[in-house]
Design a protein around this ligand. Structure first.
Ligand code: DC
Length: 240
């Protein structure tokens, strides 16, 4: 899926506030699509994966053994995670520190499935997500794994993005640099492993809501996916 040089800058059409849930596994274009749709329609944007990554970063920074569920559960209420919801410049801080870069590193990526499987972590982060969505006056696009099923089951529009494992691995590799980027096979293996962990966990697994619209992005460009999703969202907005 080709990534455009700039996010579209269309003037947002008028319409009622709308809550949009976009779920799916890694590498389906969720973040790029969610941001572009939010910009186009004048909505806020929340990356819930970044919140789980921020929680994981804090655990690693503070020497919590991420394999020890009880230790992770006991610490889950401690980090203060703040997400900025401007789709043109989303931000994330933990205890006031900007963690946008470190949460994308290998250490966090390797540990995030274990941390996000702990029920106390999910309860805490789900609470943050619901508060942000409830406070988003103009509406918001929330992307994740369990938004349509668990976090915001009453969302106005639910989208579930899919793509073949090959396409997803190629996209993830394109986001990486150096030796990591070259090893598409390793990226694919890591991605499939993480999806299996995310789909197989007991609490709030990655899943398509019964009323979600599935969009297979394997053969589509980012612009085509954005167009499709924006149309679906716009169709749900009644004019003011
Ligand atoms: O979208 P991402 O790759 O940045 O997400 C990081 C991890 O967070 C992912 O492996 C699963 C977890 N996650 C989750 O459990 N629930 C969400 N709503 C979003 C992400």
């Amino acid at each position: 899926m080709a990534v455009p040089e700039a996010v579209p800058t269309t003037v947002p059409p008028a319409g009622n506030p709308v809550i949009v849930a976009i779920d799916g596994p890694s590498g389906t274009g969720k973040s790029s699509t969610s941001k572009a749709v939010a910009v186009r329609l004048g909505l806020g944007y929340l990356d819930t994966g970044a919140q789980y990554r921020a929680m994981t970063w804090w655990m690693l920074e503070n020497g919590v053994d991420v394999a020890d569920q009880a230790a992770v559960a006991a610490a889950a209420s401690k980090p203060v995670i703040v997400s900025g919801t401007d789709p043109r410049a989303p931000t994330i801080t933990v205890d006031g520190t900007d963690v946008a870069a470190p949460i994308r590193g290998q250490a966090v990526t390797a540990a995030v499935s274990a941390v996000s499987a702990v029920p106390e972590v999910r309860t805490r982060v789900t609470g943050l997500q619901r508060t942000i969505a409830a406070g988003a006056g103009g509406g918001i696009v929330v992307e994740g794994r369990d938004i349509g099923t668990t976090v915001l089951p009453d969302a106005d529009v639910k989208i579930f993005l899919t793509a073949s494992a090959e396409a997803r691995a190629a996209r993830r590799s394109a986001e990486l640099t150096g030796a990591e980027a070259a090893d598409v096979a390793a990226t694919r293996a890591a991605l499939v492993r993480r999806d299996a962990a995310d789909s197989g966990r007991k609490t709030s697994p990655l899943a398509k809501a019964a009323d979600a619209i599935e969009v297979d992005t394997t053969e589509l460009t980012l612009d085509q996916v954005v167009e499709r999703v924006a149309e679906l969202v716009d169709g749900k907005r009644r004019p003011r």
